[in-house]
Structures are given as C-alpha cells and as structure tokens.
Design a protein around this ligand. Structure first.
Ligand code: TXA
Ligand code: MG
Length: 317
C-alpha cells in the first residue's frame, strides 16, 4: 500500500516490518536498525549479499552521537554543514549496532535525511532506521514511490510516499581512513562543495573487487537494456537501423523519435540532470529498444556523480 500516513509507517516499523521511506536522495527500504530480524528482512527483500553493509538513519546529530564512539573534527565540520542532507559519514560504531548492519566492519555509515516525512518519521521512533536504496540489488535506485511499488510493492506492507526525490542521487559517502577525509561514493553533495569546506580530499575510484569499499560493485545501477556510452553524434549513425533510445545531457536528436529520447536538462543544469537521471533510465528501460545510447556530462560538480552512475550502468561484468 502507498500512502502518507506517518503513524501507520511508524507502527509497522515498531512491529519489526520493513517498509519504503522517502528521502531527498532516493527512497530507502527501512527497518529497525537495532532489530536483527528486521535487518535480515531488508537483505532478503533486496536480495542483497550480506557482505554489503547498510546505512543507519537518524533524525539529528544528537541521535547520531548515540551510535558512534567518536566524531573526529573533520567529520563534525562536514556534519554541521551538510547534515541533515545528502551526506553519509563512516564512523566507528558502538557495540549496539550489530555486525549484520555493518557487514562485520567496525565502521557504521550514518546519515541524517532532510526530507520532511523522513524527519518526522525518525523523530517519532525510539530506534534508528537501517535502509539501503529501495531497489532490487544491482538495479537503478528509486526516486518516486511508483518506482518502489513497481519492483518491491508485493513484498512490503507500506510505501511512505514523499513525492519525487529532490536530489535524485544517493548520498555522498565520506570516511576518514588514517584521519584523511575520503569520498568513497560520489553523490548528492559534490566533491567541490566538500573541498570548499575542508580542503582537498581523496576520492576513491569504485572497485569491482572490493565490495567492502563502500559502494561498490562496479556494475550497479544497471538497466535491463544495455547502455552504450560515447559521443552521441558519432554513436547515432553507427546504430542506424537498430531500435535505440537516447539518454542525453541537453540535446535531443532529429534522427531518433522524440519519445525514445530523454534529455536530462535542456538548460544544462546539473541539479536538474541529477534529479531526472534515474527516472530517465527507468523510462528508457521500459521501451521496446535494444540499446540506450548515452553520453557523459562535464566532469564537474554533480556531473561527476552522474557520470559515475552512467559508467557503472554501462559496465558489463
Ligand atoms: O542516499 C542514500 O545513501 C540512500 C538513502 C536511502 O539513504 N541509501 C543508499 O544505500 O544508497 P545503499 O545501501 O544502496 O548504498 C549504501 C552504500 C553501500 O554501497 C555500502 O557498501 C556502503 O554504503 N556502506 C554502508 N555501510 C558501510 C560501512 N559500514 N562501511 C563501508 N561502506 C558502507
Ligand atoms: Mg543502492
């Protein structure tokens, strides 16, 4: 069932159920982070391998402090600027956070979502929420309640509908190995915005071999229809005669039927492009086409996070 009833959502969570909740990044598949049975249900519904840990969501910094041993100064600076928001911090966990949530890691990923429904829900609960993105493992993250309903609707009792996600990309994950701020997943807060606050940071490339490094199986966010990355002006003639869709940054192309194209932002705005990305991929993925032709954005701001998702969606493993 889809609805906007926070009391009903809270009641289900208190009973140990798993439900979908909105955040401003993407929808999450949420359960009581302190209840191992609820956490196990999340892994089962998502068909997620148990070595891939979950993010823990709390309403504010005071609650965040309950679950971690320490907030180093750099982390605090980031938290004060970007929380609530699209930032996730990797911090040393306290014992109350189970190894099931962190996949055995001594670090827990903590996030404070800004979405008003998520805020209200978290404030009404006596426990934090563990939540991965509410998509089957390896598929595109959901940015609307309908996306969740379409794929997981039959397996969960409730989808809290908070409308379309305003950011549309998952949170940026930052950890502090050896005391150095390190971006492990590019996301809704740009690397530039982080560096403007705390100076240069390391950015870890995604890896297919070490899924413990957040994020980060390479082939991820993948649509069903193969995605081909390149220069669209060159690709389109090469695929002439084939059934293709086009996912572009700004332009549409006269050679391709308009309904088989999605331009992420005709004005070239990265924020708008990010908001549209996963909906666009889902839209094209449902068309009767054999390939989605797409292009990278300029490698700056949110363009970097968008390109990360496009590259992974195009990766074949
Ligand atoms: O925006 C978001 O972050 C959304 C919303 C729902 O909050 N959540 C999300 O969760 O994208 P998920 O599970 O799809 O991606 C979280 C990533 C995973 O790739 C996981 O490997 C990494 O965070 N992660 C979680 N806990 C970790 C930990 N303790 N250490 C290292 N990586 C961790
Ligand atoms: Mg995910």
């Amino acid at each position: 069932m889809i609805g906007q009833n926070i009391a009903q959502a809270a009641a289900l969570l208190k009973q140990g159920e798993v439900i979908a909740i909105p955040t401003e990044t993407v929808y999450g598949l949420a359960g009581n982070a302190l209840d191992e049975r609820a956490v196990a249900k999340i892994f089962a519904i998502k068909q997620r391998p148990s070595f891939d840990p979950l993010i823990v969501h709390v309403p504010d910094l005071r609650h965040l402090e309950n679950w971690v041993k320490d907030i180093p100064p750099l982390a605090r600076k980031l938290a004060e600027q970007f929380m609530p928001g699209a930032l996730t911090l990797l911090l040393e966990k306290k014992d109350q956070i189970s190894d099931l949530v962190t996949a055995g890691s001594p670090l827990v990923a903590m996030r404070i979502p800004a979405h008003p429904l998520a805020q209200e829900l978290l404030q009404s609960l006596p426990f934090p929420l563990a939540a991965p993105s509410a998509n089957p493992f390896g598929y595109i993250s959901p940015t609307r309640a309908e996306h969740v309903a379409h794929q997981l609707g039959a397996q969960i009792p409730y989808i809290l509908d908070g409308g379309p996600c305003s950011i549309g990309l998952e949170s940026t994950i930052v950890g502090f190995p050896e005391g150095r701020a390190t971006v492990f997943r590019k996301g809704g807060i740009s690397v530039e915005a982080i560096e403007a606050l705390i100076g240069p940071v390391q950015v870890k490339a995604h890896s297919s071999s070490n899924p413990q490094a957040p994020g980060m199986l390479k082939s991820h966010y993948a649509p069903r229809v193969p995605l081909v990355l390149g220069n669209l002006l060159e690709l389109i003639p090469v695929y002439e005669g084939k059934a293709v869709g086009v996912l572009s940054f700004r332009e549409k192309f006269s050679e391709i039927p308009s309904e088989r194209q999605f331009a992420l932002s005709s004005s070239g705005d990265y924020t708008e492009a990010a908001r549209n990305l996963f909906s666009a991929m889902r839209y094209l993925d449902r068309l009767p086409i054999d390939f989605i032709l797409t292009e990278l954005l300029p490698e700056e701001g949110l363009g970097r996070a968008i390109n990360d998702r496009l590259r992974r969606a195009a990766a074949v493993e």
